[in-house]
Design a protein around this ligand. Structure first.
Ligand SMILES: Nc1ncnc2c1ncn2[C@@H]1O[C@H](COP(=O)(O)OP(=O)(O)OP(=O)(O)O)[C@@H](O)[C@H]1O
Ligand SMILES: [Mg+2]
Length: 375
């Protein structure tokens, strides 16, 4: 019998075109689709950046459909009831969650409560990695290299920070470049206090202040569990592709406003062309972070080098972005392509890794056998 796969996701709402403002920090709206533009009509300018477009949701559902029966379960308020009614064999989870600091943990917690196995990391890991400060505390405790930092809860925390400038400030609990802009790099205390104040006000959550890492940046796609956890080819950033004068930051502008499917920037090199020793250290830092934080099935780990060229873990993405269109420059699918995997192949491999962890049985082989039998 075909495996029944529940598919949990959050779909970006279709937003009306944003109102034009005189703010020169907001790029020309003619060039930026409504779903990417920074908004002045929402509580946060980038509120829905983490959620998925219908195109991504369809692509994942399509890839899963050759492994079994797919039941779409949009993670809205009726998710628990629909999950209970559907009772799938397992849930493939890409839901970023609605609101709050535990948002990424909601879907897996509900699955656990209702006794439905699910793919990817558990609520504890998702909670810890969403909070970049908590994740860094754990990494520091276990000796995983990560930059010095503090978590600021107030303006006065920023005023009293005792780390050498330049410093980098970002919301402690966001992803997809939310709240990270060219302004995040602060060369002095006055700038830092101002940026922290704005971030506290906008995101209503702590701000992570950490040492500026001036070196090369990589992102590492990790697949698998236990001894089988492995890295895909490293993705290196090429910041010289950013607009002239921009700081080397892969923040909201670079991810969503400057690099668009219509005008893609050649921002990445995969596999990164770097010395063997550096590649080894980057891989090893990524795998250590993956294991120490208890990640399962897959995760993308962001790494950047300090002034001495040592790789430091910036953050972990156990719900990695997986935009299907190669023009969108989504890094996990990019690393998979460099490893010879198609988009469908990546999603199916991840589902197979999860199902083997859950049930001890292969999913890919089973689907191939079913196809042969039906032929
Ligand atoms: N300490 C730092 N020093 C230098 N650059 C940094 C630092 N922290 C973050 N950055 C830059 O900001 C970018 C975004 O930071 P980070 O990965 O924490 O944000 P995110 O929104 O969680 O990203 P993602 O889209 O991967 O979810 C990094 O890719 C890097 O270019
Ligand atoms: Mg990141």
């Amino acid at each position: 019998m075909a495996v029944r796969i529940g598919f949990a996701y959050n779909q970006k709402p279709a937003l009306p075109a944003p109102k034009k403002t005189g703010d020169s920090a907001v790029p020309s709206l003619d060039k930026v689709p409504a779903n990417r533009a920074l908004r002045t009509d929402l509580p946060q300018p980038d509120l829905y950046a983490e959620w998925d477009e219908p195109e991504t949701i369809d692509a994942v559902a399509n890839a899963l459909s050759s492994l079994g029966e797919v039941i779409r379960l949009e993670a809205k308020d009726d998710f628990p009831r629909r999950l209970l009614d559907a009772k799938p064999d397992f849930v493939f989870n890409i839901a970023e969650g609605l609101f709050g600091v535990n948002r990424e943990s909601h879907v897996p917690s509900i699955c656990e409560f209702l006794g439905v196995p699910y793919h990817a990391s558990d609520p504890l890991t998702l909670g810890l990695t969403l909070h970049k400060g908590r994740a860094k505390e754990i990494m520091a405790y276990y000796g995983v290299p990560t930059a010095p930092f503090i978590v600021a809860n107030s303006r006065s925390d920023a005023r009293n920070v005792n780390l050498p400038f330049p410093l980098f400030a970002k919301p402690a609990l966001e992803g997809s470049g939310k709240g990270i802009t060219q302004k995040s790099l602060c060369s002095n205390r006055a700038k830092l206090v101002q940026v922290v104040e704005e971030l506290l006000e906008t995101y209503q959550e702590p701000v992570l202040i950490e040492s500026w890492l001036p070196g090369q940046e990589f992102t590492v796609a990790v697949l698998g569990n236990g001894k089988e956890a492995r890295t895909l080819p490293l993705v290196g950033m090429r910041f010289d592709e950013l607009p002239l004068g921009a700081q080397p930051i892969y923040g909201y502008e670079a991810k969503w406003l400057w690099d668009t499917p219509e005008h893609p920037l050649d921002l990445f090199e995969c596999p990164a062309n770097i010395p063997k020793e550096l590649a080894r250290d980057v891989r090893s830092a990524a795998l250590s972070a993956y294991r120490i934080l208890g990640c399962r099935d897959w995760c993308r780990v962001d790494i950047r080098c300090d002034a001495a060229g040592r790789p430091m873990v910036v953050e972990l993405n156990p719900l990695p972005g997986i935009l299907p269109n190669p023009q969108d420059n989504s890094c996990f699918p990019k690393a998979a392509r460099a490893a010879g995997m198609t988009y469908d192949g990546l999603i199916q491999t991840v589902a197979d890794i999860a199902w083997r962890r859950i049930s001890g049985r292969a999913l890919l082989k089973k689907a191939a056998e079913r196809k042969r039998a039906a032929a």
